[in-house]
Design a protein around this ligand. Structure first.
Ligand SMILES: Nc1ncnc2c1ncn2[C@@H]1O[C@H](COP(=O)(O)OP(=O)(O)O)[C@@H](O)[C@H]1O
Ligand SMILES: [Mg+2]
Length: 274
């Protein structure tokens, strides 16, 4: 099934027979059905499927927010330990997520400097001087073209949607996780900010060697940004491989149909106008 070329980069996250079943008997739904995957260090992977195909359910298992019904997930080639609260917290230092709705990502009562300070503290920076912390927050903000000085004392809800998205990326800049999972992070914003956000994520990937798992229904976008693509239908991976293999030479009927829905898949996006 996995047509990806042998990859010399070490394994970051992988899974064997990963399955999620909701309910019992007549009401049973197999939301994720025995999927296998191998995500490597620094790789950008897209998981593409229509609504209801199981993408969010799989994401939650990858994030250890929900247990697998069957199968196993491996981190750096070893069975993942997320059985205790302590081991989960440790795992969450290595994997972070950004979600569709940036408003849901923040504690509405925390000011922006607190949001960013929490990230520094989570990475073991509690003992640093305030000057050093401000320097780090300023750097993270300028990485995403925000001005830290204008944000202190504001609450997340006082920001625009685009600023919120960028603040999310500033958090990732400070947290420096090994894996970033982005569940359709760009769907609520316009094409222009979408390109900016993607550009920032790709830049951040190069900067800190992060593995990015991109969850989307947009196969055109997946082609544009991904090294590897996994196509998901009814909880199964029907096809996987490099972006070129899967999207330029699709084998599964489902992949062909997804591609035929995209009018201009070969046209590169123009990021220079952003
Ligand atoms: N908590 C749940 N309880 C029961 N069924 C669920 C639950 N979460 C998701 N499902 C079902 O699992 C399937 C996959 O859903 P989901 O993972 O949200 O798909 P996607 O993110 O690709 O749209 C759907 O049929 C959905 O109704
Ligand atoms: Mg979803």
């Amino acid at each position: 099934m996995n047509n990806a070329k042998p990859d010399k980069r070490p394994l970051c996250l992988s899974g064997k027979g990963v399955t999620k079943i909701f309910g019992f008997g007549d009401k049973k739904t197999v939301a994720v059905d025995h999927v296998d995957f191998e995500f490597h260090v620094g790789e950008l992977i897209s998981i593409v499927g229509e609504s209801g195909s199981g993408k969010t359910t799989l994401s939650k298992m990858l994030l250890a927010l929900s247990n697998e019904s069957e199968g196993q997930i491996f981190f750096q080639g070893k069975p993942r330990d997320v059985h205790t609260r302590k081991s989960k917290k440790k795992y969450w230092q290595d994997i972070q997520a950004i979600f569709q709705d940036p408003f849901s990502s923040y504690n509405v009562f925390a000011k922006i400097d607190t949001v960013l300070l929490d990230c520094i503290n989570m990475r073991g920076g509690k003992g640093l001087s305030m000057d050093k912390k401000i320097e780090m927050m300023t750097e993270a903000c300028s990485f995403v073209n925000l001005k830290f000085a204008e944000l202190t004392n504001k609450y997340p809800f006082e920001l625009s949607g685009g600023q919120m998205q960028r603040l999310m990326i500033a958090r990732i800049f400070l947290l420096k996780p090994k894996i970033l999972l982005a569940d359709e992070p760009t769907s609520m914003i316009d094409a222009c900010s979408r390109a900016t956000i993607l550009d920032m994520l790709l830049h951040l990937r190069d900067e800190i060697g992060m593995t990015i798992i991109f969850i989307t229904h947009d196969i055109g976008l997946a082609y544009y940004i991904s090294d590897s693509v996994y196509i998901m239908e009814h909880g199964k991976f029907v096809e996987s491989g490099t972006a070129d293999e899967v999207i330029l030479h699709p084998k599964a009927e489902y992949t062909k149909r997804l591609i035929s829905d995209v009018p201009k898949i070969y046209e590169e996006w123009d990021l220079t106008t952003v």
